[in-house]
Write a protein that binds this ligand. Structure first.
Ligand code: CUA
Length: 400
């Protein structure tokens, strides 16, 4: 237990540091255990430093201090290039009718919409013709006196009450089915966290990557967990026929399964300020295999972050913050603050907190459990790459 403590942290803590602040709320709960999103990937998107570029490089490199996060970054880093987004395929099918229906939900919505539209047109045309015809037929004119209205006609009135009632119930039931479907994502749905703010969307993936566009695999259900940092927004993808308000201090959810690869448009559908109309992004539906490749490239870009930033990022993104604090306060596990270099009593005797002990505590948390804590930490073996463990160690080392 002890060790774990060392290794993982508590949550309530507002992470400090670049990107950390955007993250906290989302991370603490909406994510699956082994996934959480972080914020900083954008910074990580820069490529690698070339040997020999020391002059342009940051003071951190010059001083060898891995904790100096304020050090300017080398400016000669090539930008990591992510896969191209491609043309917007929903535009190609654009006409005066609706954009291509790119989900089962969209087909259900369209079917219901067209049925209601057809019924409405039928009633509108029928009633209009009848009104005009009767007005003409029974008009008052020379030699013809308009008949007095009959008081009522039971058969007629019952008929035009019962038939529309049945139609309304059918429409309600079909609408209800769509609503229930929209709110019950399949259990194996891929989960992506969305943060809305004036005036942009951030899409956070389970591996920690954050993107300004939504990338999804074709033919697989995707569940979106959404929150707003400021005011009301609304997530809308016309091609999927899904729209859901995004609300501060509350999570809202929606899901869809894209049927065709391509690039589709996403909008904010709730007036949220003077740049509301600019608050939009793209939904990239990757063909089979393409999404995995994209995520791997994104993950590679993440690993280019300076270790201390990567560690801080993973602390929130991988949920270490749920059990370990970085401010000295006690949680399920020991705080990470100032532990590096200390000697702790553990289930395996006195242990000095160094790189190897932290690494062991991450991969084999029950080996040396710090006295006073329970052995409840799960292993991260196979879930963290060596570079990521390096990052966590550096981050802990820098928490003075
Ligand atoms: Cu956000 Cu409109």
């Amino acid at each position: 237990m002890l060790q774990y403590l060392l290794t993982f942290v508590v949550l309530a803590q507002p992470a400090s540091g670049p990107g950390a602040e955007a993250e906290k709320p989302a991370t603490s709960e909406a994510q699956p255990a082994d996934k959480a999103a972080g914020d900083k990937p954008a910074a990580g998107a820069a490529g690698e430093t070339k040997p020999g570029d020391d002059k342009a490089a940051a003071p951190a490199a010059a001083t060898g201090n891995p904790c100096d996060k304020n050090a300017p970054r080398p400016t000669n880093k090539p930008k990591k290039t992510l896969p191209p987004v491609g043309p917007r395929t929903d535009v190609q099918s654009e006409n005066y009718w609706m954009p291509v229906a790119n989900s089962d939900m969209a087909e259900h919505v369209d079917g219901l919409f067209i049925a209601i539209l057809a019924i409405s047109i039928f009633c509108f045309v029928g009633i209009t013709i009848a009104v005009v015809y009767f007005a003409w037929k029974y008009r008052s004119r020379p030699g013809h006196r308009a008949p007095e209205s009959s008081s009522h006609n039971d058969t007629l009135e019952i008929t035009w009450t019962i038939i529309p009632s049945i139609v309304c119930v059918i429409i309600f039931l079909l609408g209800w089915k769509g609503f229930v479907d929209l709110n019950t994502p399949p259990k194996h749905a891929y989960e992506i966290t969305i943060v809305a703010e004036k005036w942009k969307w951030s899409y956070k993936y389970p591996n920690g990557w954050v993107d300004e566009n939504l990338h999804v695999p074709v033919g697989e259900p995707v569940r979106l967990i959404m929150r707003s940092k400021d005011v009301l927004h609304s997530f809308w993808v016309p091609s999927f026929r899904v729209k859901q308000d995004v609300i501060p201090n509350r999570y809202t959810k929606i899901w869809f399964e894209a049927k065709y690869p391509g690039v589709y448009r996403q909008y904010c559908a709730e007036y949220c300020g003077d740049r509301h109309s600019f608050m939009k992004s793209l939904v990239v539906v990757h063909p089979p295999g393409g999404f995995k490749r994209y995520m791997e490239e994104a993950e590679a870009a993440l690993l280019d972050m300076p270790p201390v930033e990567l560690g801080e990022y993973l602390y929130a993104a991988r949920g270490c913050n749920q059990c370990h604090s970085v401010d000295g306060s006690a949680k399920t596990g020991p705080s990470w603050k100032g532990i590096f270099g200390e000697t702790h009593a553990t289930s395996a005797g006195q242990v000095k907190v160094d790189e190897n002990y932290i690494r062991e505590s991450i991969l084999d948390p029950t080996a040396k459990v710090r006295t006073g804590f329970n052995a409840v930490m799960p292993t991260f073996k196979g879930q963290l790459k060596d570079e990521q463990i390096d990052g966590l160690i550096t981050y802990i080392k820098c928490l003075k």
